[in-house]
Design a protein around this ligand. Structure first.
Ligand code: 2AL
Length: 174
């Protein structure tokens, strides 16, 4: 996909393509639309991050709360967004043993009880074993630190989702 194509998109088309770059937060894509035309893809990405950084802590916590648990109820019931489904599958979370799934469920619960938002990590840059280790270790942190770390992970997820969009839509030259 070239930049001209993106800059020429109607608002509706832009939302169709970029609406879930931040999980279940189309409002962010809607806000970023105001900044078009973009001079480059990194500029578009930066607009997303600037918007997130401008939010108060409650807004950042809200973004984290829009993320589904890893190997949680939605994965089991098949109701994840297609992006999230793909990421969780790639991290090996669709083939956990019963014991590992129960452990992850307990850790996710403890994390949410402590911080008031879910544990978020860029699943594609990890795997099921690393995710368990990270979750146990991050459970020991303070809330402010976890809010920052969670948002940094949201940005990594966004970066990979944008890359997917840009690569997928490249026209094939025959
Ligand atoms: C997710 C998700 O849905 N995709 C990803 O990379 N991480 N969720 C989460 N709680 O970390």
């Amino acid at each position: 996909m070239d930049l001209n194509t993106v800059n020429a998109m109607s608002y509706g088309h832009f939302m169709d393509i970029f609406g879930n770059i931040i999980e279940k937060c189309p409002l962010i894509t809607g806000a970023v639309w105001s900044k078009h035309p973009f001079s480059s893809f990194p500029e578009l990405e930066n607009c997303v991050y600037e918007f997130i950084d401008s939010l108060p802590p409650s807004g950042k916590e809200g973004i984290l709360r829009c993320h589904p648990d890893l190997a949680g109820r939605e994965l089991m019931s098949g109701t994840l967004t297609s992006e999230s489904q793909h990421e969780q599958r790639q991290a090996g979370l669709t083939s956990l043993s019963q014991a590992d799934r129960e452990r992850l469920t307990l850790l996710n619960y403890q994390y949410k009880e402590k911080f008031g938002f879910p544990f978020v990590i860029c699943a594609k840059m990890s795997d099921r074993n690393k995710i368990m280790e990270e979750l146990s270790s991050r459970l020991q942190n303070e809330k402010d630190e976890e809010l920052q770390t969670g948002i940094a992970e949201v940005k990594k997820i966004c970066h990979l989702r944008l890359q997917d969009i840009f690569v997928k839509a490249v026209p094939t030259k025959l």
